[in-house]
Design a binder for this molecule. Structure first.
Ligand SMILES: [Zn+2]
Length: 220
């Protein structure tokens, strides 16, 4: 029986590079593979699967957000690889699960485990429930040397753990972090936001804010 794999990691953990290396190996052996990605990920152009290291390949199938997978012909396929799997629906994951069984094709899914608010993505959640194998692609925290488990989002240079997934007109960046650094950065940003709001109303409250900052960091 072919397995369903979930290989998760934070941003910058070289998941796509890992996927492209697997794809390259299969193709070098003359084996047929299918590369899939959700069509919501358009960072590098719709059909491209591109790693930050620069490697790229064309996706064979774009998974539509609103629909499940089409009835493709899977005969002769040695492996199915899915990039950015966190963005696909639970129905698509269930279909991938079925394909791995009915066609006896290993399905390797790569993606983020949780969003910047620390909650599981829909696709990742269903994979946690259904995958035969769950593996972590490890990366180091942006701020220290611990393993990263969180995806910290910066909106206009400030850490954010709330708000919409995409803020139009805002500059958004993601950093891999451990939980300790994640919490510290979120708390730091909260204090800066409070100061910015207060700064509009009063001035010269620096000392008060410093003692408040201590209260917000009881364990650091
Ligand atoms: Zn850290």
């Amino acid at each position: 029986m072919a397995k369903l794999y979930f290989r998760h990691g934070t941003v910058g953990s070289a998941k796509t590079l890992n996927l492209l290396a697997v794809a390259h190996n299969y193709r070098q052996q003359g084996k047929k593979i299918l590369l899939m990605k959700p069509n919501v990920d358009t960072r590098f152009g719709k059909e491209r699967i591109k790693s930050r290291a620069g490697l790229e390949m064309e996706a064979d199938i774009l998974i539509a957000n609103e629909s499940s997978l089409k009835q493709e012909d899977y005969s002769g396929v040695s492996c199915i690889l899915v990039d950015e799997v966190q963005f696909v629906t639970k129905e698509v994951i269930e279909e991938l699960r079925r394909i791995s069984l009915d066609f006896d094709i290993p399905v390797l899914c790569y993606g983020l485990r949780t969003d910047f608010k620390s909650y599981l993505f829909e696709g990742s959640k269903r994979l946690m429930e259904l995958a035969d194998s769950i593996e972590e692609v490890k990366a180091t925290c942006h701020y220290c040397n611990r393993k990263s488990i969180m995806n910290l989002k910066h909106v206009n240079g400030l850490a954010a753990s709330e708000g919409p997934s995409v803020e139009l007109g805002a500059e958004e960046k993601y950093f891999p972090t451990c939980f300790k650094c994640y919490r510290r950065e979120i708390e730091k940003a909260q204090i800066i936001r409070q100061q910015q709001t207060k700064g509009c109303e009063t001035s010269g409250t620096d000392r008060g804010q410093r003692s408040q900052s201590k209260e917000l960091h009881p364990l650091s």
